[in-house]
Design a protein around this ligand. Structure first.
Ligand code: ATP
Ligand code: MG
Length: 419
């Protein structure tokens, strides 16, 4: 049996990197008073239909939908923001001050699996809910930047744009359609389909011919009103103060309908076509749309597979070995070992207990293979004499000590750094 197409097992050699990202995130976000939120992986299909937008790729073709035994329409979440907005409304979190939230977990999209694109993948994200201040935009972008720096991701660029508000976009959309219509036949297939249902996404097309046609298309930034422009300029000013470099990309739009004003992506040139590591922006209407009070918000999500694919090799994370390997032989020794196990545990000394019930020789070979520096050996002789044999593996040194001296001995060896 194989894992399902587009899903992957993450084995212990790799989970250390996932734990590392989690811990780094926890540390950095805590400094800024962001709190972790965990929402269900299953949600009602309607939640995503109502938030992400009916004409988006996610809703049209990427959702993992099914009916449960009760006939309810259920979806495996394709992203995190909709669920958080739902939780925000359900738990009336708006009664408190600003909510600074972060999340970490699996997302599901039925896409064609390829490098950097899976059907089950993981996102780490934050949401700053309750402020319209451009400082909030700067704060969340700074946090993405900080985390990626901490993960030693160099070679990435922040692209930023303002996609204005709904009215500005509507006016722009009409003119864009007008401009593109005469070229319909020359557009790529996807863009032809998008022309009438979601024309903004055409700006995002990777097709060369389409991009050529777009060269003289009207530009969204010309349609922004003073309020949108002010907001955007302030975000840029704050990024300058934070010394975060960015490129303004007037063609940057996002694949989800709920965004307004600020949209941004962090891209790397190291991943081929799947080159976006982080995507985010402002969504001031989503919470109202889901039945809550009008509440502005801004956030982002990082794709962890894509991030780790780049940084994993260069991260210097120690692969932990057990310090102590425990070898037993005979039922009496195996009865007595549990006290030692508890003592090591209390002292926070990590260890591995051999379970093989084979000869001393074989167990010692395993100890060497395990990378442990020290062996504790208890067999019939040790039981009879109430003692323990200690073997320092890399020095081929072996000696016996009284049972009660074990912890003391291990601590001494640690001080002498033989462990
Ligand atoms: P793309 O254009 O690559 O499909 P997107 O706009 O659909 O990305 P978002 O919804 O903004 O992506 O998700 C944020 C991040 O999550 C992406 O920048 C990417 O790093 C990651 N991501 C999205 N879809 C996948 C996937 N199928 N497999 C792995 N990572 C993904
Ligand atoms: Mg996508």
């Amino acid at each position: 049996m194989q894992p399902l197409r587009g899903t992957k097992d993450i084995l212990p050699d790799e989970t250390i990197y996932w734990q590392y990202v989690y811990n780094q995130a926890l540390e950095i976000f805590s400094l800024h008073n962001y709190k972790e939120i965990r929402t269900p992986i299953l949600e009602s299909t309607q939640l995503f239909e109502r938030s992400i937008g009916e004409t988006t790729d996610i809703i049209n073709k990427e959702m993992y939908n099914f009916k449960d035994q009760g006939g309810r329409n259920i979806t495996l979440r394709p992203e995190g923001t909709a669920s958080i907005a739902r939780a925000f409304v359900n738990h009336k979190l708006y009664q408190k001050t600003i909510q600074r939230l972060w999340y970490y977990g699996p997302m599901f999209r039925y896409e064609r699996p390829q490098n950097g694109r899976q059907r089950q993948f993981h996102q780490l994200g934050i949401e700053c809910i309750g402020s319209l201040n451009p400082m909030a935009d700067a704060e969340v972008i700074h946090l993405a930047h900080k985390l990626l720096n901490q993960m030693e991701l160099n070679n990435c660029t922040l692209e930023i744009n303002s996609i204005g508000n709904l009215e500005e976009r509507k006016r722009y959309q009409m003119d864009l359609i007008e401009y593109l219509k005469p070229y319909t036949k020359d557009l790529d297939k996807d863009s032809q389909q998008r022309l009438n249902i979601n024309p903004l996404r055409i700006l995002d097309s990777k097709n060369m011919k389409t991009q050529e046609i777009l060269h003289y298309a009207p530009s969204l930034n010309k349609y922004l009103t003073k309020q949108s422009i002010n907001h955007f300029n302030l975000v840029c000013t704050y990024l300058d103060s934070l010394q975060i470099q960015y490129n303004i990309n007037y063609k940057l739009v996002r694949g989800l309908d709920y965004y307004n004003y600020t949209a941004f992506e962090i891209k790397t040139n190291l991943l081929g076509t799947q080159n976006t590591i982080c995507g985010g922006g402002r969504y001031d209407n989503l919470i109202k749309q889901l039945g809550g009070p009008e509440t502005p918000a801004v956030g982002w999500a990082i794709g962890l597979e894509r991030l780790l694919q780049i940084v994993q090799k260069q991260l210097d994370i120690k692969k932990d070995h057990s310090r102590v390997y425990i070898i037993t032989q005979g039922i009496e020794a195996q009865k007595k070992i549990w006290q030692i196990v508890k003592n090591l545990e209390n002292e926070k000394i990590n260890f591995e207990l051999d379970l093989s019930n084979t000869s001393f020789q074989k167990q010692i070979k395993k100890a060497i293979k395990s990378g442990a520096k020290l062996c504790i050996i208890i067999g019939n002789d040790e039981i009879l004499n109430n003692c323990i044999t200690i073997k320092i593996l890399n020095q081929h040194k072996q000696y016996t000590i009284p049972y009660e001296n074990l912890l003391n001995e291990i601590n001494q060896l640690s001080i002498k750094s033989e462990l």
